[in-house]
Write a protein that binds this ligand. Structure first.
Ligand code: ZN
Length: 130
């Protein structure tokens, strides 16, 4: 890992899709790292969050985001038609900070790091900085 962090790519295949990236984040950590890891996306229609990665719950997250924000009727749609994607990503934010101990993510038993795609399918870059 360099001072500028490390990145990996997440390929999504649906418009709204929650992807568990916990293992990939863990694999990006230096063995001796202790402190915090910031998981960040340089995108405006993707979010990062920490929650439980139970498969039915991931589907519920997707349904919730789709129903919480109307698909149409936003001003930004006059420009590129994806205001709903930006607004769904707004609910998650672009990063999470996770404690790291001896190169391991210090997550709770039921916690996972999740990427929240809101305008897929796309190729998304996730950055990790310790
Ligand atoms: Zn847009």
């Amino acid at each position: 890992m360099t001072d500028t962090g490390t990145t990996f790519t997440v390929e999504t295949d649906r418009r709204t899709q929650v992807v568990d990236i916990t293992e990939r984040v863990a694999a990006a950590l230096p063995e001796d790292a202790t402190g915090t890891a910031t998981v960040f996306v340089r995108h405006t229609t993707v979010g990062v969050t920490v929650n439980e990665a139970e498969s039915r719950l991931l589907s519920d997250f997707e349904s919730f985001l789709e129903s919480a924000v109307a698909d149409e009727g936003w001003q930004h749609d006059q420009l590129d038609g994806n205001a709903d994607s930006h607004l769904r990503a707004l609910l998650c934010g672009p990063s999470e900070t996770v404690p790291v101990t001896d190169g391991r993510l210090d997550l709770g038993t039921w916690q996972s790091v999740l990427v929240v795609e809101c305008d897929g399918p796309q190729s998304r870059t996730v950055e990790i900085r310790v």
